[in-house]
Design a protein around this ligand. Structure first.
Ligand SMILES: Nc1ncnc2c1ncn2[C@@H]1O[C@H](COP(=O)(O)OP(=O)(O)OP(=O)(O)O)[C@@H](O)[C@H]1O
Length: 227
């Protein structure tokens, strides 16, 4: 396996700052949070179903549904992202489902995410092949994503995010569909990549083993605290 082939983000020394974030739904306060997340740090958010964890990630990523009433600021370094469109925030997002494009090959999924500044088909292909190789999927470039196992899909989704050179990661239960052994392996891979790329990361999970493996602070949000 090659090391950091095309997926190591440059200049990721910026903190992600969540300043006085509030998210209300129908007048009810779901989230009230201030936190700073250092490069390579994973902040874990836990809480019961419906407590607003995914809504928090959506606010940070810039895609919160307007049905919510949200306030506060999101900064990466000194850059205020709050009014910036989702596709300009450079967030790397992983969901429960890897959401690979079924009409593209495995390699095509990765090439899709490589910044346009990388010119030339063969250069883009080489980067994608290297990114696959890096996670033990050398030779999978032309495969149909539907033929991959859950763990393999999760690794493709991770590399697709990393080749885009995100400034921070938002992880919404990305391990929850994997069986125990695979879950452990995949989360170690994700956290080690986040650390080595210096990416501030927010993890939403129901699983305390995920939180422990993340090794950072854990914030519990709960419906009982809201009024
Ligand atoms: N687009 C929307 N419009 C209105 N209400 C919504 C919308 N999306 C989510 N909600 C509601 O907002 C609340 C918070 O939802 P959210 O998905 O953020 O919770 P969660 O903590 O991530 O839950 P889970 O752990 O089940 O994923 C829930 O009551 C949900 O029904």
């Amino acid at each position: 396996m090659r090391e950091n082939a095309g997926t190591k983000s440059a200049n990721n020394t910026a903190c992600l700052t969540l300043s006085n974030i509030t998210i209300r739904l129908g007048g009810r306060m779901l989230i009230a949070l201030t936190a700073g997340i250092a490069p390579g740090e994973v902040l874990t958010i836990m809480g019961p179903s419906g407590s607003g964890k995914s809504s928090l990630l959506a606010f940070v990523g810039g895609f919160l549904d307007p049905a919510f009433d949200a306030g506060g600021r999101v900064l990466i370094g000194t850059r205020d992202l709050t009014e910036i469109a989702a596709n300009q925030r450079h967030a790397g997002i992983l969901f429960q489902d890897p959401l690979l494009f079924p009409h593209l090959s495995v390699g095509g999924n990765i090439v899709f995410a490589i910044p346009a500044a990388v010119k030339g088909r063969s250069a883009r292909r080489r980067l994608a092949e290297a990114a696959l190789d890096e996670v033990g999927l050398g030779g999978f470039y032309d495969r149909d994503p539907d033929t991959l196992s859950g763990g393999q899909k999760a690794r493709v989704a991770l590399q697709r995010v990393l080749v885009s050179h995100p400034r921070f990661l938002l992880l919404d239960e990305p391990f929850s569909k994997l069986d125990a052994a695979l879950r452990e392996q995949t989360r170690e891979l994700v956290f080690s990549k986040a650390r080595s790329a210096g990416l501030p990361t927010i993890l939403v999970t129901h699983d305390s083993a995920d939180a422990e493996a993340a090794g950072g602070r854990v914030i519990e949000i709960g419906m009982e605290e809201q009024g």
